[in-house]
Write a protein that binds this ligand. Sequence first.
Ligand code: AMP
Length: 197
Amino acid sequence: MTLKRVCVFCGSSPGRSPEYARAATEMGALLARRRIGLVFGGGRVGMMGKLAQAALEGGGEVIGVIPRFLHEKRVAFAGLSDLRVVGTMHERKALMAALADGFVALPGGLGTLEETFEMLTWAQLGMHGKPCGLLDVAGFFAPLLRFLDHVTEQGFIDDAHRGMVLSAGTPAELLERLERFEPVVADKAEWALGKMG
Ligand code: AMP
């Protein structure tokens, strides 16, 4: 699948290891170089700021999507040519999802995890067929990937849906996985009905 735009979810903090911010810069620069547009949360703080700055410096398309209440707190990235200010967090996520052909999570906190899991949830319900991957910088996501294996073993995630959670250690490898992704056809509702005794 050709990626025209990728939505990146990532921390509003830089995290403890400098490797995280480096990966955000690398991802932003790579997207610009590959002429893939960036859709992101519109913030200038933490990982988000590094990501957007690198994409802009590389001459890439950058679209920020931010809810009004955060915009008023002056955390938005100044100088974005395309900053969409929306009413609510839900509107923001819906617009980010609509604008992108794929989703990437870099290290981040609750916001990053929530946004990523919602995209995966929509995919397993067949609401979109867009790829979704985790950039496993310095093994950041390894405990989460192990937990997802555990949830799968315990019968709460279908193997096919577990397979939708792409991951790689470098931005280039992750984009390649996203591009190779074939939408999963297994229907979560049918899978759940099949489990009824
Ligand atoms: P977290 O991982 O908890 O730091 O949250 C980061 C995610 O939540 C980002 O992908 C954003 O969409 C959103 N977010 C949280 N804080 C901000 C902020 N200060 N400015 C813009 N977006 C934010």
